[in-house]
Design a protein around this ligand. Structure first.
Ligand SMILES: Nc1ncnc2c1ncn2[C@@H]1O[C@H](COP(=O)(O)OP(=O)(O)OP(=O)(O)O)[C@@H](O)[C@H]1O
Length: 388
């Protein structure tokens, strides 16, 4: 009996440093605090709630689309949004929104996870596909362009696809599972590339493409990747863990490794990098423009959300880009090709698609050379000689 009691005793050093009564089962990645499961859930969920409140992300009655890829980040996001919405009575209507990029053996499997999540969280689900929107799947695009530029295409097309999906549902706010690590990586990438103009905006918790009625928020701005994985693991959430078939953007991969090394020496560096990014200010730049002097905006700070009414024409606005350049934006501008909202004559997605269309005939020749259509890898080998 005495022996049994002794076995169950927990040394003080092994106790949770928050509740001081339960056994610690983990060292919290963010600050190395020893915690029990219950206290970890509590701090993890509360920090996200505080971000939502401090940043005033939502209003009561708002409908929010959760960008759901089936991966760990967006699965935890869906679970947390449901938990916090109920616990703190946010009054939100939550909808899952998925983009099917058309990547055989990857996205089809992860979408199966999202469909299960739909049942588990009892949320409506909308799926929009590249094939329907653009008449291209990502597999076809990679066949045409090669793997190297796949992230560039996918990023532009997915961004617009999420917007279009939201608009289809009459939703004006999308939340994504981008986390603190993603943000710190982006700051590092921009810093290492000398892209100073993008540093500040890369840590914005809410962003808005110019001309788009849909805003995007990142409730996980301060949430560490490792903690998301731990939360998903302890809560036994149903998520899809395979990496995209097309390797992540090479330079982001380098920034990721660098960040992981820094994190192992100093865990707070992820938050510190985000903090530094948010306080990074460029020197005001002199604006070179042909616009008559009286229309040049006086405020030259680098906030890309800044818009100024042009005195001469009320349906036009001057927008100052983060790099200090100025463009005239017409209200409700639409892409001449697809009709989607765009600040340019042709939207970014259409510029990419036009290039692809020009290459389609070559691709069809390539397809006839291969006996199988199972994904891009095979086809891209056949087409290696065809540059675009
Ligand atoms: N196909 C998709 N459909 C809907 N939302 C997506 C899709 N892909 C990415 N997102 C959104 O963008 C966020 C960041 O995507 P990213 O490609 O960086 O994947 P990730 O960091 O592996 O996230 P996850 O673990 O959620 O897949 C995701 O958390 C999700 O909210």
């Amino acid at each position: 009996m005495e022996n049994n009691t002794r076995k169950k005793e927990v040394k003080v050093g092994q106790l949770c440093q928050l509740c001081h009564c339960r056994k610690a089962v983990m060292k919290r990645p963010k600050n190395l605090q020893k915690l029990c499961k219950e206290c970890f859930y509590h701090v993890f969920e509360t920090e996200i709630h505080l971000t939502i409140i401090k940043e005033k992300l939502f209003y009561k009655g708002e409908t929010i689309a959760i960008g759901a890829s089936g991966g760990k980040d967006s699965t935890v996001l869906a679970s947390i949004m449901k938990t916090l919405n109920e616990r703190y009575n946010y009054g939100l209507n939550l909808v899952l929104l998925s983009v099917d990029e058309g990547i055989v053996g990857y996205r089809d499997d992860s979408l199966a996870t999202v469909k299960r999540n739909q049942q588990q969280y009892q949320m409506p689900l909308e799926i929009v596909s590249y094939k329907d929107l653009y008449n291209w799947t990502m597999d076809e695009i990679v066949s045409c362009t090669g793997v190297k530029s796949s992230c560039t295409y996918c990023g532009v097309l997915r961004r617009q696809a999420l917007d279009r999906g939201a608009i289809k549902l009459d939703i004006h706010h999308v939340v994504t599972g981008h986390n603190a690590d993603d943000m710190a990586e982006t700051v590092l990438m921009n810093l290492l590339r000398g892209d100073a103009a993008r540093i500040e905006s890369s840590v914005n918790v809410t962003t808005n493409s110019i001309g788009s009625p849909v805003k995007r928020s990142k409730p996980f701005k301060y949430t560490y990747q490792k903690e998301i994985v731990l939360y998903a693991h302890y809560k036994k959430l149903d998520y899809f863990s395979t990496e995209c078939t097309y390797a992540p953007e090479a330079f982001r991969g380098t920034a990721r490794v660098l960040l992981k090394n820094l994190e192992s020496v100093r865990p707070s560096c992820i938050i510190d990098i985000i903090h530094s990014g948010g306080h990074f200010k460029l020197k005001p730049k002199r604006i070179r423009t042909n616009t008559p002097k009286k229309n040049i905006p006086q405020n030259t700070n680098n906030n890309n959300k800044n818009k100024h009414n042009n005195n001469n024409n009320t349906d036009k606005e001057i927008e100052i880009r983060p790099d200090g350049s100025v463009s005239i934006v017409k209200d409700g501008n639409r892409c001449e090709r697809c009709g989607y909202l765009s600040m340019n004559k042709i939207c970014k997605a259409c510029i990419l698609l036009q290039g692809l269309e020009a290459n389609r005939p070559k691709m069809i020749i390539g397809e006839s050379l291969t006996s199988s259509s199972d994904g891009a890898a095979k086809l891209s080998k056949t087409l290696e000689g065809l540059s675009f």
